[in-house]
Ligand binder design. Structure first.
Ligand code: 2PG
Ligand code: MG
Length: 458
């Protein structure tokens, strides 16, 4: 007996920044399934449209009652009538919503409305099959049933800058990745210990008031230069007694400080004291940082439409078959560049612009499109890095999609704050569950870029 959608409703709720977001509640014969939609701050220009009410007198214009109304009055009734089989029709459900919207970027109904339904329908689909969400999504993605399950390396964003905090650090995210742990639970332990040590280090250096945090739970001390950030990490890791267990990563989110008319980057944009760099100067800065620190991943080093810089930097690093500072070049991840969109991924592959895709489910607005973008990226030999948004909720969907796709790494902020921890806790649950079921699972560790390929070669 197929499982159908019996009812769908949506409500306005709040995200971790106190801004409205969409909640969807979907009912089937198997139960009630909810979702809460995330929201970015350093949003890419090519992302699907997040529908906001725009009435400045309510929530500063950020209300989502129109998107909520679109679920309640348009998407819900139309979907119920179609009698899709939840166990196997996620692709059809997503396509139906895209057709109903009719625009290339979900501008009419809102990607926040459509995504909420797609997430809840995925959960209802898993229940219809009687499997966990990660299992349902794994099948949906066509992952080889014999492949091991991969628990990802968590990239903890422990220093927040850019538009995510009030300090003067231009670079948005400085991350710690416990690649030397032996399990996901141990990775969390290493990360949380280093995070607490980092707090002490910052407090000793800048005083207690400097230990306030940014949007993703990372500290936001009064630093400006990336070297200061990485030196703080080095000190914390060493004081925590974990030298060699961590690698670093950064997301400058450089679209935020790019001048498209001049083709330059202003790393002084936060305190309005211009510090303008040419593309070549930015490339040199990144190379010098990578040579000096164990940086394994670099996300959005260049702006979303600065293709020439991306291509030049890729050729000079990952494309050059060379080491930098005695280590392999870092993975180059496209976030605003790719926006989890197959068209942008294709373009980047043609232009040899990067070698990894950031996966954010709300950049594209349906789960099956996000999976299609990931599979396309994999087909080019790229890696996929799953991401939360800076505006989050306690919804832990991205934990399951990370395991489903065997991406080997994800970022969900610092190991602190409920909306960040929800994903990490869910991953620990999955690790335990897989072990208890006797299923073959591995922690990606040093092989976070291509964990399964690595395992197969062994
Ligand atoms: C990013 C993200 C998530 P936002 O740039 O990668 O960390 O930030 O959600 O603000 O776009
Ligand atoms: Mg980013």
């Amino acid at each position: 007996m197929p499982s159908y959608i019996k009812a769908i409703s949506a409500q306005q709720r709040l995200d971790s920044r106190g801004n409205p977001t969409v909640q969807v509640v979907l009912e089937s014969d198997k139960g009630t399934f909810r979702s809460l939609v995330p929201s970015g701050a350093s949003t890419g220009a090519h992302e699907a449209v997040e529908l906001r009410d725009g009435d400045k007198s309510v929530y500063g214009g950020k209300g989502v009652t129109k998107a909520v109304g679109n679920v309640n009055n348009v998407i819900g009734p139309a979907l119920i009538e179609k009698k899709f089989d939840l166990a196997k029709d996620l692709g059809k459900i997503d396509q139906f919503m895209r057709d109903l919207d009719g625009t290339p970027n979900k501008a009419k109904l809102g990607a926040n409305a459509i995504l909420g339904v797609s997430m809840a329908a995925s959960r209802a689909g898993a229940a219809a099959q009687g499997v966990p969400l990660y299992e349902f999504l794994r099948k949906e993605a066509g992952v080889d049933a014999n492949a091991p399950y991969v628990l990802p390396v968590p990239f903890f964003n422990v220093l927040n800058g850019g538009v995510h905090s009030g300090n003067t650090m231009a670079f948005q995210e400085i991350m710690l990745a416990p690649t030397g742990a032996t399990s996901f639970a141990e990775a969390l332990q290493f990360g949380a210990e280093a995070y607490h040590t980092l707090k002490t280090v910052i407090s000793q250096k800048f005083g207690g008031p400097a230990t306030g945090i940014g949007d993703e739970g990372g500290f936001a001390p009064p630093i400006t230069k990336p070297e200061e950030a990485f030196d703080l990490l080095g000190e914390a890791v060493s004081q925590a007694g974990r030298t060699g267990k961590f690698q670093y990563a950064m997301d400058p989110a450089s679209s935020e400080f790019f001048d498209s008319a001049k083709g330059t980057y202003d790393t002084g944009f936060k305190d309005k004291s211009p510090n303008v760099h040419s593309s070549q100067q930015m490339q040199n800065l990144y190379k010098s940082l990578v040579a000096k620190y164990p940086i394994a991943l670099l996300e959005d080093p260049f702006a979303e439409d600065d293709w020439a810089s991306w291509t030049a930097f890729t050729a000079a690093t990952v494309g050059a078959d060379t080491t930098i500072g005695g280590r392999p070049p870092p993975e180059l991840v496209g976030d605003d560049l790719l926006v989890t969109n197959v068209e942008r991924v294709k373009e980047a592959a043609e232009k040899k612009a990067c070698n990894s895709m950031l996966l954010k489910i709300n950049q594209i607005g349906t789960i099956t499109e996000a999976i299609a973008a990931a599979n396309l990226a994999f087909s080019y030999g790229w890696s996929v890095f799953v991401s939360h948004r800076s505006g989050e909720t306690t919804d832990d969907f991205v934990a399951d999609i990370t395991v489903a796709l065997n991406t080997g790494h994800l970022k969900s902020g610092a190991p602190a704050r409920g909306e960040r921890i929800a994903k990490y806790n869910r991953l620990m649950d999955i690790e335990d569950e897989l072990k208890a079921a006797g299923k073959k699972s591995i922690y990606a560790g040093e092989h976070f870029s291509h964990p399964v390929k690595t395992v197969k070669q062994v």
